[in-house]
Design a protein around this ligand. Structure first.
Ligand SMILES: [Zn+2]
Length: 499
């Protein structure tokens, strides 16, 4: 059997002023043909899973395009049309095929399509007719009716931090095999409760998300249930299908799919108050850490997460650290190619003064003038050793460590969410020996950092990924939606939304 695969992966934050053109994909990862396999072979990633799944079933996997950009603003029409065209061409050029297994993100928005994955799947369907079409999705997918109707089976991650991409890739090929031998006749139910949880409330390691995932797994244990997806959604895609959704796929039993999807929807709605997030004021957290002994305390700058499209050059936390006189910490990371250039030119061991960060927009603090010693300069490349994307290469671009006020500030040329401890170790920093680590991340840092943390504190920082969703002025969401309308109206008792 010959199965074709392709990927367009982007979590679009339409409020970001970093335009997502083809160059943004090239900067992160844009691979063609065999390059797709060379990069993913042996990695614990979705495409690594598709490759191994095909090997296990004796299927041939045919690559087309793998395009992934760091979360940023709306994808240009030119970039989207080019990538989609290349995937469709790749499928046509593959000749006689038996099915398609895509890996998509699910929260991509282009200038010409609010729902790029719906568009991709509909176009692939048009080309392949009634052959099996299966796709894996990120947990942050904003699923749409077009996506659900275009693919035979949709398989979302069950985890955030995303540590099951590989398993979902293997599962996608198992599902294709069952579609091909006729033992699976998929019947699907799709539900979108009026809920848009903030990223920080989507952590699957604790209630309330853990409860939904547990319920999905219980259902997957039932006789005629094939797969259940709980997708938490990504608010900043700002279109009508944004938010929490459920897809229940059963084997030739529509009534069961509908009943289970209704049950999940009711369960989520009943828990909605528990999806509210209460971060800690920055100064309160820093003063607590200053008084404490031991470490590391993990301080999450949740408003400036590049994984959600924030610039990662916010200065609010660093400024507060220097003003409070905290020492012995690490800041991961500050994206500032200009500062990297100046510091690396100045050289290791020299003192340098730079205007650091705050250069992308006015939502993440002003540039901060700091004087520090250049401790380390590297090419910023390292291999992931932790549980997320194990074995894949990370690339921060040229990177320097600046010693500022007794703290190590990691300054990078490319935007990369700090998720893995190898980030520090590649720079000669042993994270377990530091008093505190500031991570610009909403949830992904938890997978590798929680095991070493004395305590994790979510900081109430401003920025594009803040959980204060009412302040963003979203324009295209379907309304009313929880918790936005409740916050806007100042209603604390939610009874009025129960009707
Ligand atoms: Zn995600």
């Amino acid at each position: 059997m010959r199965i074709v695969t392709g990927t367009i992966s982007h979590e679009t934050n339409v409020l970001s002023n970093i335009a997502t053109d083809l160059e943004q994909f090239r900067k992160r990862r844009l691979l063609y043909g065999e390059e797709v396999f060379d990069y993913h072979r042996g990695t614990k990633t979705p495409v690594g899973g598709l490759m191994d799944g095909c090997a296990m079933h004796g299927f041939e996997l045919v690559p087309t395009v793998f395009a992934s950009a760091t979360p940023s603003g709306t994808i240009t029409a030119e970039a989207f049309d080019t990538l989609l065209g290349q995937i469709l061409e790749g499928i046509e050029d593959a000749g006689v095929i038996d099915g398609v297994a895509m890996h998509l993100h699910g929260a991509g928005v282009a200038e010409n399509h609010d729902d790029i994955e719906g568009r991709v799947l509909a176009e692939v369907r048009r080309v392949i007719g009634d052959k099996p079409l299966v796709s894996t999705f990120d947990l942050h997918a904003n699923h749409t009716r077009l996506m659900v109707e275009s693919a035979d089976v949709l398989i979302g991650y069950d985890t955030y931090p995303h540590v099951d991409g590989y398993e979902r890739g293997v599962e996608a090929i198992d599902v294709i095999a069952r579609l091909l031998d006729g033992s699976l006749v998929p019947t699907k139910a799709f539900r979108q409760p009026p809920m848009m949880p903030a990223l920080q409330a989507q952590f699957t390691g604790k209630y309330p998300m853990s409860r939904l995932i547990e319920e999905a797994h219980r259902m997957e244990g039932m006789e005629a249930v094939e797969t259940v997806t709980v997708a938490a959604g990504f608010p900043w895609s700002d279109f009508e299908d944004v938010g929490l959704s459920f897809i229940v796929t059963t084997n030739d039993d529509q009534a069961l799919a509908d009943r289970l999807a209704d049950e999940l929807q009711d369960l989520a709605w009943g828990m909605r108050r528990d999806f509210l997030v209460k971060p800690v004021p920055v100064r309160d957290a820093l003063r607590r850490v200053k008084k404490a002994t031991g470490g590391p305390y993990i301080l999450a700058d949740i408003g400036d997460n590049p994984g959600g499209g924030a610039p990662e050059d916010g200065t609010v936390v660093l400024r507060a650290i220097l003003e409070e006189g905290l020492e012995g910490g690490v800041l991961a990371v500050m994206w500032d190619p200009e500062a990297v250039e100046k510091a690396s030119t100045s050289g290791i061991g020299t003192q340098v003064t730079v205007e650091l960060g705050g250069k992308t927009d006015d939502l993440h603090g002003k540039p901060l003038e700091v004087t520090g010693t250049v401790k380390t300069v590297t090419d910023g490349k390292w291999i992931v050793k932790g549980p997320m994307g194990t074995g894949s290469e990370s690339d921060m671009g040229e990177t320097v460590v600046l010693l500022v006020g007794g703290n190590e500030v990691i300054v990078t040329s490319k935007r990369l969410q700090p998720m893995d401890l190898e980030l520090y170790r590649s720079l000669g920093i042993e994270p377990t020996e530091r008093r505190f680590i500031v991570v610009k991340s909403s949830v992904h840092y938890r997978a590798a950092h929680m095991p070493i943390a004395v305590e994790v504190i979510e900081l109430d920082t401003p920025g594009l990924t803040s959980p204060r969703l009412a302040g963003f002025g979203f324009k295209k969401l379907r309304r009313p939606i929880f918790p936005l309308d409740v916050e806007m109206l100042g209603i604390t008792e939610l009874k009025s939304m129960d009707e």
